[in-house]
Design a protein around this ligand. Structure first.
Ligand SMILES: [Fe+2]
Ligand SMILES: [Fe+2]
Length: 366
């Protein structure tokens, strides 16, 4: 039974990938939908086939699915990112109907279509912004979630990916309601909160940049995850250095500068981490001109474009916050500094895009 379920999920996931890669009308999408419907025939229980998300597992017809392969993991991730917590398929479903549902999962942000034999439960995502919600409260909740995940980090434990994925979904939804990213990023009040709130802000600013570049769907989520995890290596830096409320001395700086390596090494041990998160954790203090740290022996090494996006968000958020060794700067001043560093520290095209996008959604003079 379990094998048949995995076969069904594999057909559906392959159809979703084909839809994203080609079009919903690609013959492979219809063919895979037909295969999935044929497999489904033996899986109905009282004429229903129900799939529910429970933490990071699937519950099929009320029973936890013990089997797991790459397709099952991707399917779980896909459902979560679309805000779906349950899908029920009834006997009588046709391949054409399943194909339309698959296309919606592949190509739309949220499921809005109605289907005669397929129903889906949608998780309510808390919104800030337009709906009258309080962005500050939503962001504070997200900071608490990230803090919990970060504080639970150890070399011997899995990371709570479910919690982080939910935070990214909340950021993407909030940015749809409130275009002014400067209202979405959280002010950082307490020194002890800095690391957690900063990771959230870097995720929000990076999603904002990526969206203005036309990035959508899974890649947008992966960039959000890369933002949330970019400084995860700081959890392996001694607390005496990380939490020091004064300027770091030379030795302490040497220790602090190891966090990109610690982060990448830690993320490399975990399953289900978007590969860009690992790359960005390692590269976010490298510079566009090849300088920065960690120093590599590879000549002419360039940062991945996602690390370049994260670097800009990192710089922007760090400067708009009071630090033990300097006061927070105003947005126009930071924009001026970004412009000065374009082509040296940062990719100039990304800087130009970021500043143009910021000016579009907020009023500031520079
Ligand atoms: Fe960092
Ligand atoms: Fe950072």
């Amino acid at each position: 039974m379990s094998e048949k379920i995995v076969e069904f999920i594999s057909d559906v996931m392959t159809a979703i990938s084909n839809c994203s890669l080609y079009t919903r009308e690609h013959p492979a999408v219809m063919h895979l939908s037909e295969m999935a419907v044929a497999v489904l025939d033996s899986l109905f229980f009282e004429d229903k086939f129900s799939v529910a998300l429970f933490g990071d597992s699937l519950v099929i017809n009320e029973q936890r699915l013990p089997a797991r392969n790459m397709h099952v993991s991707s399917f779980i991730k896909k459902l979560r990112r679309k805000g779906i917590d349950k899908v029920v398929i009834s006997r009588g479903v046709t391949a054409a109907e399943l194909k339309d549902f698959i296309a919606e999962i592949a190509l739309s942000d949220r499921i809005t279509g109605t289907y005669a034999h397929i129903s889906s439960g949608i998780i309510e995502v808390k919104l800030g912004g337009g709906g009258g919600g309080d962005i500050g409260a939503v962001m504070n909740e997200n900071i608490e979630k990230v803090k919990e995940v970060y504080q639970g980090v150890s070399r011997f434990k899995r990371l709570d990916m479910v919690g982080l994925e939910d935070v990214v979904v909340s950021f993407i939804t909030t940015l749809k309601q409130e275009a002014n990213v400067l209202k979405v990023v959280s002010p950082i009040k307490a020194h002890s909160e800095y690391t957690y709130a900063h990771n959230n802000n870097v995720a929000v600013l990076s999603i904002f940049q990526a969206e203005t570049l036309g990035v959508k769907h899974d890649l947008l989520h992966d960039i959000g995850m890369a933002g949330l995890l970019h400084d995860i290596g700081k959890m392996f830096v001694p607390a005496t250095v990380l939490e020091k409320e004064a300027k770091l001395n030379d030795d302490e700086w040497v220790e602090m500068k190891k966090h990109p390596v610690y982060g990448a090494m830690y993320l490399a041990t975990l399953p289900d981490i978007p590969k860009y998160a690992l790359v960005a954790a390692y590269e976010h203090h490298m510079k566009f001109n090849g300088l920065g740290y960690p120093a590599t022996r590879r000549k002419g090494r360039t940062q991945h474009i996602i690390s370049q996006i994260i670097s800009i968000s990192d710089f922007f958020d760090a400067l708009r916050t009071d630090r033990p060794y300097r006061k927070a700067l105003d947005v126009p001043v930071i924009v001026g500094l970004l412009n000065d560093s374009a082509g040296k520290d940062f990719n100039p095209l990304l800087v130009e895009n970021f500043i143009r996008a910021l000016k579009k959604v907020s009023i500031f003079s520079s």
